[in-house]
Design a binder for this molecule. Structure first.
Ligand SMILES: O=C(O)CCC(=O)C(=O)O
Ligand SMILES: [Fe+2]
Length: 361
């Protein structure tokens, strides 16, 4: 896809020991492969970092005709071109329903290890439980265990996610997750249309590139506490490979931070809101007008943290490039065409890089 992808690893390796197990056995002392040599700087005292002022946007309003929601569209435009993210409210889900989804995440990670290992993710697979792929000797690993599940219409129809979650979690929770991802599908549609309108483009121009066979990949994150938290990162600094990512955050434990104007900011907890951030494919589609924000997750010394990120990415067969209406003599095309962006994303991520760099014209 990109011009100069990192050279492929001789052999990608999956860690067999999950972090949760390691922490239970060794009491949270991080092995060297998880540690940043000089520590992670200001992470030492996370509470001293400023809180980010993230705009709050009403999804119900965004879905209404332009004449009614002009102000909300302006807010969206300004949020996405400055910090690349916003907190969404009035999204059609109650607080108690969001709590059920949080509980489903916790229940999965509370299962016995042998049970979870049945769903271990294989190298390069889009679904399954585990930790980082190891692509090189010097890769610093994330202090995080995760479960990936696909929630796209296509895979749902063939009962892929259904089968897996049903087997893992039982019928009640399966229903909760199905309902959650169906709601997210509606929200994604509203947001992609509103993004286009906020740029005075035709309603469907982003949605058409996204496609009916778009992929929604859910990542359930578990971040165990670490007594030497200043040496590790829950997720290394990255921007997402999606078009948009919808994050359900932990209600009690902070951890997510965004980089803005070369300064790290803490993301506040708003329990009833969903955090939505732009991914690199929206940056490409918008010809760089919307910025995919760099973010990371830091670790709490005493408390575990959970989150659920759903990455909404276009049909991998669709070509992604800046949309016509945003390319002009005064603003030439900033990115080359690309297909299946997510297919190569993790090869870059594990090395602390991003494919978008190689696509810049
Ligand atoms: O844990 C969070 O709050 C954010 C997760 C995230 O950035 C990701 O999974 O890519
Ligand atoms: Fe992320």
């Amino acid at each position: 896809m990109a011009d100069h992808p990192p050279s492929p690893p001789a052999k990608a390796e999956q860690i067999s020991e999950c972090l949760q197990e390691l922490v239970a056995n060794k009491g949270g002392e991080p092995p060297g492969r998880y540690c940043y040599k000089d520590g992670v700087g200001e992470v030492l005292d996370t509470s001293s970092l400023p809180l980010m002022k993230i705009p709050i946007i009403d999804i119900g309003l965004l879905a209404s005709p332009t004449s009614i929601c002009r102000e909300e569209l302006e807010k969206l435009h300004s949020a996405l071109s400055s910090c690349g993210c916003f907190m969404s409210i009035n999204h059609g889900m109650t607080s108690s329903f969001l709590d059920e989804v949080r509980l489903a995440t916790k229940k999965f990670f509370a299962l016995p290890m042998e049970e979870k290992q049945k769903y271990a993710r294989e190298v390069d697979a889009m679904e399954g439980y585990g930790n980082d792929m190891i692509l090189s000797e010097d890769q610093v690993l994330d202090w995080n265990d995760r479960l990936y599940l696909l929630a796209s219409q296509k895979t749902r129809d063939s009962s892929d996610i259904g089968q897996k979650v049903l087997l893992i979690l039982g019928e009640f929770i399966t229903e909760t997750l199905f309902e959650y991802t169906s709601k997210l599908r509606l929200i994604t549609e509203v947001v992609l249309k509103a993004m286009a309108r906020s740029l005075n483009l035709e309603n469907n121009c982003f949605l058409d590139k996204y496609g009916a066979r778009a992929i929604m990949q859910a990542r359930f994150n578990f971040f165990p506490p670490c007594s030497r938290h200043h040496l590790v990162l829950g997720l290394k600094s990255h921007s997402d490979g999606s078009v948009i990512t919808i994050v359900l955050q932990d209600k009690e434990v902070e951890g997510l931070q965004f980089l803005k104007d070369d300064q790290w900011f803490r993301v506040p907890i708003i329990p009833e809101a969903l955090l939505i951030n732009i991914g690199e494919q929206a940056e490409i589609l918008s010809n760089g007008l919307f910025k995919s924000p760099i973010h990371r997750v830091v670790i709490n010394p005493e408390r575990e943290r959970f989150s659920l990120a759903v990455f909404c990415s276009p049909d991998p067969d669709n070509e992604i490039e800046p949309v016509d209406g945003l390319v002009s003599k005064t603003r030439p095309r900033q990115y080359k065409k690309v297909k299946n962006y997510v297919g190569n994303y993790f090869q870059y991520y594990q090395r602390g890089k991003s494919p978008i760099e190689a696509l810049k014209t």
